[in-house]
Design a protein around this ligand. Structure first.
Ligand code: 5AD
Ligand code: SF4
Length: 477
C-alpha cells in the first residue's frame, strides 16, 4: 500500500498584482490537484513553486527577480537533501519577459503565460523529465481557450470568490501592458459562467466578484446561442442563482458603462453598492495622450447616471500621476475631479514606463521628484476622503459578510456592502454568513462594530445617500 504522504506533493503559489491573478492562482491549484499537489504555506521544501506575476509597473516586475533569488537558496537546500524543487514563473512577467527570466534566473524550470496554465500537468511532467537548467517556455496564445480545459471541480475559494468572465483588452491605453500580456478581449459564454457560479456557491461562496480586465465590455454568447449578453444582463441572470447573496465586478472602463448595467445598479439588490471605475487623470489633454477615449466630463456624467440609479453607490478609482507631458495644471485637474466626485477609496500610482508601450518613448517624461510630490498630494486628498467616508459610517447598521478570522482572538473580519473591511467580535461559526453589524468606529482604513443580528440571506441595508454637508465628501487638501 502506498501511504498518502508519498503521493502528496507540496505546491506553493505566490500571487502578485490584480484579482485576475488571484483567480488564476486558484485555478492553477485546481489543475494540479489531480496530480497530488496540495497547497503548502511555505516555499521551503515545496516540490513546485509558482510565482504568478504582474508586469503592470516596473516595481511589480522587479519583485519577481528578488523573490527568485530567495527561492534559489531553498531549491539548493532541497537538492542537497536529494529532493527536487521545480520553480515556475507564471502570469504577465512570464508572458512579457519569458526569455529574460530564463536568462537572468537559470534556477527557473518553467515559464508560462496567463493563457497556457491549463497545460500545467503536461508542462510539469516535461520539466520533471528534463535535464535541470533546460528551461521550458510556454507563452504562446493557444487557439484553444484555457477555460475549456480547466477542471470543473474547484478547490473552495471561501465565502467571497472570484469568477473570471472576461479577459484581455482591446483599448490600448498608451501606458498599459495588458493588451500585450493578456491579449485581445474574450468573453466566456453565459452558460459557462452561470455553471461556474453555481459550483462556487455549492462550495461555500456567498459573494462572487466577476473579473475581467475590461469586465464591463463583457459580451458572452447567450445560453440559446443566439446573440450575446452584456454585463448588466449577466448580472441579472446570476442574481437568480440560489444561495448567491452578493455580486460585484471589476475592473471597468468608463466608456463601457451602458444603460443596462447602470440600471442593474438600481434594481438588482444583490449587486453591491460599490464600483471601481478608473479615471486615471482629470485632465482632458492627458486623457487623450493616454488614449482613454473619453474626457473628464464624460466620467462625471457616467457617475451622475450611476448615482441617479443607486444614490448610495461608493466609488473607487485608479490614478496615474506624472504621465509624460503632465503639467501642474493637468495635475490640478486631477485634484479637481477627485474633490468633485468623492471616492470611498482609490489606488494611485506614479507613471512607470513599460517596455513596448507608446508612452514609454513619449516626450516630456516627468522627473521622479515631481511624481513623488504629486503622488503625495493626491494621496493626502484621497486618504482624507476615505477617512471621511469611513467616519460617516459610524452609527449605521450594515450587512457584513464575515470572510476570515481577525488577528485578535475572537475577532472576525468581513466586508461591508461598500467594500470596507469591518472588524468585530463574533463566534467562528458565523464565518461565511452575512450578519448585521452596528458600526461604532470608522478608522482611516477599516471599520469596527458589534454584532446586532445574523440575517444570513437577507437583503443588504441601504444607507441613505450622502448629502452635501454630511461630511462624506467634504475632504479637501
Ligand atoms: N504606470 C503606472 N500605473 C499604471 N497602471 C497601469 N499601467 C501603469 C503604468 N505604466 C495602473 C492604472 C491601472 C492600474 C491597474 O494600474 O491606473 O488602472
Ligand atoms: Fe490597460 Fe487601458 Fe486596457 Fe485597462 S483599459 S487594461 S488600463 S489598456
Amino acid at each position: 500500500m502506498v501511504c498518502e504522504s508519498a503521493l502528496t506533493k507540496k505546491l506553493f503559489i505566490k500571487t502578485y498584482g490584480c484579482q485576475m491573478n488571484v483567480y488564476d492562482s486558484a485555478r492553477m491549484a485546481d489543475v494540479l490537484a489531480p496530480l497530488g499537489y496540495k497547497i503548502s504555506a511555505t516555499p521551503r521544501d515545496a516540490d513546485l513553486v509558482i510565482l504568478n506575476t504582474c508586469h503592470i509597473r516596473e516595481k511589480a516586475a522587479e519583485k519577481v527577480f528578488s523573490e527568485l533569488g530567495r527561492l534559489k537558496g531553498f531549491k539548493g537546500e532541497k537538492e542537497s537533501g536529494g529532493g527536487r524543487m521545480l520553480i515556475a514563473v507564471a502570469g504577465c512577467v512570464g508572458q512579457a519577459e519569458g526569455d529574460e527570466v530564463l536568462r537572468r534566473a537559470p534556477q527557473v524550470d518553467i515559464v508560462l503565460g496567463p493563457q497556457t496554465y491549463h497545460r500545467l500537468p503536461e508542462i510539469v511532467a516535461r520539466a520533471l523529465g528534463a535535464v535541470p537548467g533546460s528551461g521550458i517556455l510556454e507563452t504562446d496564445f493557444p487557439i484553444e481557450s484555457k477555460f475549456d480545459h480547466l477542471p470543473e471541480e474547484a478547490v473552495s475559494q471561501g465565502p467571497a470568490a472570484f469568477l473570471s468572465v472576461q479577459e484581455g483588452c482591446d483599448k490600448f491605453c498608451t501606458f498599459c501592458v495588458v493588451p500585450y500580456t493578456r491579449g485581445t478581449e474574450f468573453s466566456r459564454p453565459v452558460g459557462e459562467v452561470v455553471a461556474e457560479a453555481e459550483r462556487l456557491v455549492a462550495a461555500g461562496a456567498v459573494e462572487i466578484t466577476l473579473l475581467g480586465q475590461n469586465v464591463n465590455a463583457y459580451h458572452g454568447s447567450a445560453p440559446d446561442g443566439r446573440g450575446s449578453y452584456g454585463l448588466g444582463r449577466l448580472i441579472r441572470r446570476l442574481a437568480e442563482v440560489d444561495g448567491l447573496e452578493r455580486l460585484r465586478y471589476t475592473t471597468s472602463h468608463p466608456r463601457d458603462m451602458d444603460d443596462e448595467l447602470v440600471a442593474a445598479h438600481g434594481d438588482v439588490d444583490k449587486l453591491m453598492p460599490y464600483l471601481h471605475l478608473p479615471i486615471q487623470s482629470g485632465s482632458d489633454r492627458i486623457l487623450e495622450a493616454m488614449n482613454r477615449r473619453h474626457a473628464a466630463d464624460d466620467y462625471r456624467r457616467v457617475v451622475e447616471r450611476l448615482r441617479a440609479a443607486r444614490p448610495d453607490l461608493a466609488l473607487s478609482s485608479d490614478f496615474i500621476v506624472g504621465f509624460p507631458g503632465e503639467t501642474d495644471r493637468d495635475f490640478a485637474e486631477t485634484l479637481r475631479v477627485v474633490t468633485e466626485i468623492g471616492f470611498s477609496q482609490a489606488y494611485s500610482f506614479k507613471y512607470s514606463p513599460r517596455p513596448g508601450t507608446p508612452a514609454a518613448s513619449a516626450e516630456g517624461q516627468v522627473t521622479d521628484a515631481v511624481k513623488n510630490e504629486r503622488l503625495a498630494m493626491l494621496q493626502i486628498l484621497l486618504n482624507e476622503q476615505q477617512a471621511a467616508f469611513n467616519r460617516a459610517s459610524e452609527g449605521h447598521t450594515m450587512a457584513v459578510l464575515l470572510e476570515r478570522s481577525g488577528r485578535r482572538a475572537g475577532q472576525l473580519v468581513g466586508r461591508s456592502p461598500y467594500m470596507q473591511a469591518v472588524h468585530l467580535a463574533a463566534p467562528p461559526r458565523l464565518l461565511g454568513r452575512i450578519v448585521e453589524v452596528r458600526i461604532d468606529a470608522g478608522h482611516p482604513n477599516s471599520l469596527a462594530g458589534c454584532l446586532v443580528g445574523d440575517r444570513s440571506g437577507g437583503p443588504t441595508t441601504r444607507r441613505p445617500a450622502a448629502e452635501p454637508g454630511d461630511g462624506l465628501w467634504e475632504a479637501t487638501i
